[in-house]
Design a protein around this ligand. Structure first.
Ligand SMILES: C[S@@+](CC[C@H](N)C(=O)[O-])C[C@H]1O[C@@H](n2cnc3c(N)ncnc32)[C@H](O)[C@@H]1O
Length: 356
């Protein structure tokens, strides 16, 4: 063994300081960055709270964040209480979770599920930083169709409160690299979990015109499905911009607003197919009664008719056969004030059910 003193872990004050490499601010033209990845202040809300507040006040969603929808209405129908078990099937940015969780404490806990392996760790870290430890909050990378397995693995037989806020988060929609963006070009991907399944480009390339027409009708009620399908099916589009351009070119008589809506419907239809969203929703609706404790409440936030139809039908059937003691008589809509402050809330429809 050497007698020499062990090297000190402390920095030597006499030594010259290690120079920090100078980092340039991202370059962009104009006063404010336009590209998702350049909006460095919005991506760091903890450091640039003022910038994020200004973006939100202007009715927009700050890049890399998500604004939870109908929070007050959801809290009212779910009525989370001390000591209860809750499941957020669609954790996203954790906006609803961070409101529900404190109401379960002390004694309760919340399980947050999400299919997205890229956003989930970020959300888990944010919730930990807010002080929610693993005894009260756990994050699960899982499709919500697997809810019974997640509950069983956690040693639970059911939950008192279950929330599903369907569709995509703003982080997913706004990041062109995820391939959902109609506005900014990116690879035509659209997978919530990019590690599983095939991207939208491969799906479209493999579809026949008849199959695509059916998909556009079933998933997005596209009125021009018969016209669009032969133009798009079987073709390979690498980017979202190429696909959007092809949809617009196929509908030359439409004005810009109508053509934009057609592009959005085509994107929605493909996204639903790529992620098998309807079959995941049907499976969750089937499992719900077994996953709710007696008296347990479920709230579902939907964003288009294909989703709402399924929820309505399942809740009505459950009420008829006595599984649910009560269900929402009418859909609940976001207030005009919320729609004004956050246009992404406009299509939202809330339904709830209470287990007998
Ligand atoms: C609208 S966002 C939820 C936002 C969240 N309520 C909030 O306030 O931050 C929907 C989230 O659900 C996830 N998701 C959609 N379908 C899913 C499924 N079948 N299983 C698990 N997660 C899903 C998406 O990846 C996305 O993160």
């Amino acid at each position: 063994m050497s007698d020499e003193p062990a090297p000190s872990a402390q920095p030597d004050p006499a030594a010259s300081p290690v120079p920090t490499p100078h980092r340039r601010r991202p370059r962009y033209s104009g006063k404010n960055p336009r590209r998702f990845e350049d909006k460095y202040k919005e991506h760091d809300p903890a450091r640039y709270a003022d910038t994020v507040a200004k973006v939100v006040a202007s009715g927009k969603t700050a890049a890399g964040t998500h604004r939870p929808i109908m929070v007050a209405e959801i809290l009212e129908v779910l009525a989370p209480a001390r000591g209860e078990i809750a499941v957020d099937c669609t954790l996203g940015y954790g906006g609803h979770t961070r409101e529900i969780l404190p109401r379960l404490l002390p004694g309760g806990r919340l399980l947050g599920l999400d299919a997205d392996p890229m956003e989930l760790p970020k959300t888990e870290a944010r919730l930990r930083a807010l002080g929610f430890g693993p005894d009260t909050f756990t994050a699960h990378r899982s499709n919500f169709a697997g809810l019974p397995k997640v509950l069983a693995a956690a040693g639970l037989t059911g939950a008192d409160v279950i929330l599903a806020d369907l569709g995509l988060s703003s982080m997913q929609i706004d990041d062109p690299a995820r391939g959902f963006s109609v506005k900014f070009s990116g690879p035509l991907d659209m997978r919530m979990n990019p590690q599983r399944g095939a991207p939208a480009s491969a799906l479209l390339a493999g579809l026949t015109p008849a199959a695509l027409a059916q998909l556009l009708t079933d998933n997005a009620d596209e009125p021009r499905a018969a016209l669009l399908a032969p133009v798009l099916a079987g073709r390979h589009f690498s980017t979202t911009a190429e696909l959007a351009g092809a949809v617009r070119a196929a509908l030359p008589r439409l004005d810009k607003d109508e053509a934009d809506l057609a592009v959005r419907r085509v994107f929605q239809a493909l996204r639903i197919a790529v992620n098998d969203e309807f079959s995941a929703l049907d499976t969750l609706l089937r499992h719900l009664p077994a996953c709710l404790r007696p008296g347990g409440r479920v709230a579902m936030l939907t964003f288009h008719s294909g989703e709402d139809r399924r929820v309505k039908k399942a809740f009505l059937a459950g009420q008829r056969d006595g599984t649910y003691a009560a269900i929402a008589e009418e859909i609940i809509r976001p207030s005009p004030a919320e729609c004004g402050a956050n246009p992404r809330a406009i299509p939202a429809k809330l339904r709830w059910a209470r287990r007998a």
